[in-house]
Ligand binder design. Structure first.
Ligand code: GLN
Length: 542
């Protein structure tokens, strides 16, 4: 019989956005660095089947896994902390759970029974948690939302039931709450924590550990008060004060000896994580010796959560290079011919991020032209790569009406065209696509890309002949134009079964456009080579 997986359930109280995902990822990281096989799961009580159709305004970034699942941005944190590639089994929502149950019901799998939240919906949640934990020593399960939300109840019931099924030593509950500072009273207040623990108890869950988010460190007395009023041991009240970098949190938890009570509760041997490398990277994030400035060109500059993986990947590269990377946020809608030079004159590199829709495209093209002509290091990601080709086609190849059919369906020179057109002429077996619920065909998940020897791409990937990166887009560079591009100095240095994956300028210190999203595979301890190469080039350009 396979070994019983142990579960750590992480719930949140008082309000959302407290950083439950970071707390969960931090605990997971400490356990992994102690030599355990750890995985992590996010269960989201909202009704959408997945966040793929949600606007970045609603839900921040959509994180894409190797297997092409469009998931919650917390999965990105998990991968970046844990340095593990997760899959669609590591994130599910109420929508997905109900769809699965209804499908079974229609097939007659329930043999005529009445289908109810208990046991059917809760049972489906429990099965999914167990599946995500198969073969692992420990599975961390983060329940999205806040205790008290109506839609969260089946999830809480599932973790309550699962704990009683596997027994006390095989599961524990960690509850994350807010301890607010009330200015007029000059005090940190514990009452909201007591109330949310009370709410958990009402539904049959007793927390073993409380993690307190606060603006400042908690006094010994306050921790004792929380321990007493919430019925947890004194060493099970852990503080998580605001910190300069999210990567400090595992170290802060470790300093508070969080692993001793975890090992005790779960019946594990003494845990001694090796965090030396992590510690030195964090020191370089907080107090690096070098500095560089990148123009971050995008249309959601007021909504930085929608570029979470990208900004984190830049932090990873900075940590490795002992460099603070300052981001100059440039709203692409505000870039015009008469201000582009002024806007970009002091930056060491230009980054055009991915995106959908025409808004802000002309500003992005101006920024690309600036980087190309002024020989400033340039990295274009996904849409940023497509626009680099369009800019080149218009300005250097003098192709009239050069555009993407995303913005002009009838354009004379479709430099970027629909994936479906590629499939029609090259055959379906070349490419694995997903039909999106909105009807479009999306290229999602990890693909291998062949690297041209001697190229910049080859150099930044240390001579690798094949690399693997993740995709999320509907349009592709049109191979019809490949020859004209190459003749004029825009080399296609990465390709995959005839698809154009990477383009780079020969006569430029660093100008590269990648159809994939390198940011999705970057981890603190293993920065992505494309991002690292770009930051390094910007540093050299100073
Ligand atoms: N809108 C473009 C496409 O769908 C680029 C997408 C992206 O940047 N992720 O192909």
């Amino acid at each position: 019989m396979s070994k019983q997986t142990k579960y750590i359930f992480v719930t949140g109280g008082v309000l959302s956005s407290l950083g439950k995902g970071i707390a969960a990822a931090s605990i997971a990281t400490l356990l992994k660095h102690s030599g355990l096989k750890v995985s992590i799961l996010k269960a989201d009580p909202y009704i959408n089947v997945d966040p793929g159709t949600m606007s970045p305004l609603e839900h921040g970034e959509v994180f894409v896994t190797d297997d092409g699942a469009e998931t919650d941005l917390d999965l990105g944190h998990y991968e970046r902390f844990l340095d593990e590639s997760l899959s669609q089994d590591n994130n599910f929502t109420t929508g997905r759970v109900y769809s699965a149950v209804i499908e079974k019901e229609r097939r007659g799998d329930y043999l005529g029974k009445t289908i109810q939240v208990i046991p059917h919906i809760v049972g489906e949640i429990v099965d999914r948690i167990k599946k995500a934990g198969e073969g692992k020593d420990i599975l961390i399960v983060e329940i999205g939302g806040t205790v008290g939300d109506i839609e969260g109840l089946p999830f809480l019931e599932a973790i309550r039931a699962l704990r009683s099924e596997v027994g006390r030593k095989n599961a524990m509950n960690v509850h994350l709450t807010l301890v607010p500072y009330i200015k007029v009273a000059g005090e940190l207040k514990t009452k909201p924590t007591q109330h949310s623990v009370g709410e958990l108890r009402r539904i049959g869950i007793t927390p073993d550990m409380i993690v307190c988010r606060a603006e400042m460190p908690l006094s010994k007395d306050l921790k004792e008060k929380i321990a007493m009023s919430c019925g947890v041991d004194r060493n099970c009240v852990i503080e998580s004060p605001d910190s300069a970098s999210i990567y400090q949190i595992p170290l802060s938890f470790l300093n508070q000896d969080i692993l001793t009570p975890i090992a005790e509760i779960l019946g594990l041997n003494e845990l001694k994580p090796d965090m030396k490398m992590w510690d030195s990277l964090v020191k370089r994030i907080i107090a690096p010796t070098k500095e560089t400035t990148i123009a971050f060109v995008g249309k959601y500059v007021d909504l930085k959560e929608s570029y979470k993986s990208l900004t984190e990947s830049i932090i990873h590269a900075g940590a490795t290079l002992d460099t603070r990377v300052n981001l100059k946020w440039c709203d692409s809608e505000k870039i015009e011919e008469n201000n582009v030079n002024e806007l970009l004159k002091d930056v060491d590199g230009v980054l055009v991020a991915g995106g959908f829709g025409e808004r802000g495209v002309s500003g992005k093209i101006l920024a690309i032209k600036y980087a190309r002509e002024k020989k400033v290091p340039y990295l274009g990601i996904c849409l940023g790569m497509q626009l680099a080709l369009i800019e080149f086609a218009r300005d250097i190849l003098n192709l009239e009406g050069a555009n993407s059919i995303e913005f002009d369906k009838e354009c004379k020179n479709p430099i970027i065209y629909l994936i479906d057109s590629f499939i029609d002429s090259h055959g379906k077996e070349q490419i694995r696509t997903h039909k999106s619920p909105l009807g479009g065909t999306m290229r999602l998940g990890s693909y291998e890309c062949d690297v041209k020897p001697g190229s910049l791409l080859s150099k930044i990937y240390n001579g690798s002949k094949h690399i693997k990166e993740r995709h999320r887009h509907r349009f592709e560079a049109n191979p019809k134009y490949k020859e004209s591009f190459e003749k004029a100095g825009m080399m296609i240095s990465g390709s995959s079964n005839g698809l154009i994956e990477v383009a780079e300028l020969k006569d430029h210190p660093f100008f590269i456009g990648v159809q994939f999203h390198p940011e999705f595979t970057s981890r603190l301890t293993k920065p992505n080579p494309t991002i690292l190469g770009f930051i390094k080039a910007s540093l050299d350009a100073e």
